[in-house]
Design a protein. Structure first.
Length: 190
């Protein structure tokens, strides 16, 4: 199928057809990027979503840049798609935008941003530590979860500090992170 036909199918409004087109466009690789970048700026949020969903399948710097840019999209579903795409194309350049998304009132966006930061891994740890110390509660919880799953020893002090907070979820993830790093906590009755 030709590029133009695939783009038409991507914009058909039918999810199954659009997904097939996304997969086929991804197979075209760099050839598909320019029209997808154009589509990523369309007025219609559904078109932007499908463009980003497809760009997430193409490992290229332009695709990553478009995903990072889309974290600031006015439509929440487009931002969610971008965060998910960055989970599969992790890049350190996305850290500031992902940290901002961690603070979102939309819990799904915050979770997807944390997943992308987990995929970035050790490079994101210093910023995640700062978020635990200074972020809002949603961002802090997702940052603790990310630190727990990354398992970087630099996070041990901040995870210990979280244990003294009055949040069951924060305590759970801090304990999980410490256990994963072999720093389990055992309470002994005196």
């Amino acid at each position: 199928m030709k590029l133009e036909q695939l783009l038409e199918q991507l914009n058909s409004g039918e999810d199954e057809k659009a997904e097939e087109a996304a997969q086929a466009l991804a197979q075209l690789g760099e050839q598909a990027i320019p029209p997808l970048l154009e589509l990523a700026h369309a007025f219609d949020s559904d078109r932007r979503w499908w463009a980003l969903r497809t760009l997430a399948l193409i490992p290229a710097p332009q695709a990553k840049a478009a995903l990072i840019h889309a974290l600031g999209d006015p439509d929440i579903t487009v931002r969610q798609c971008a965060a998910l795409g960055l989970r599969y194309q992790p890049t350190f350049e996305a850290v500031p935008a992902l940290l901002e998304a961690l603070a979102s009132q939309d819990k799904l966006l915050a979770r997807l941003a944390a997943d992308a930061l987990i995929a970035i891994g050790h490079q994101a740890v210093p910023d995640l530590i700062l978020t635990v110390k200074n972020g809002n509660q949603t961002a802090r919880l997702e940052a603790v979860r990310a630190l727990a799953l990354i398992g970087d020893p630099r996070a041990i002090p901040v995870l210990y500090n979280v244990l003294s907070e009055e949040s069951t979820f924060m305590e759970y993830w801090a304990t999980e992170g410490l256990d994963r790093m072999g720093i389990g906590i055992t309470f002994v009755k005196p």
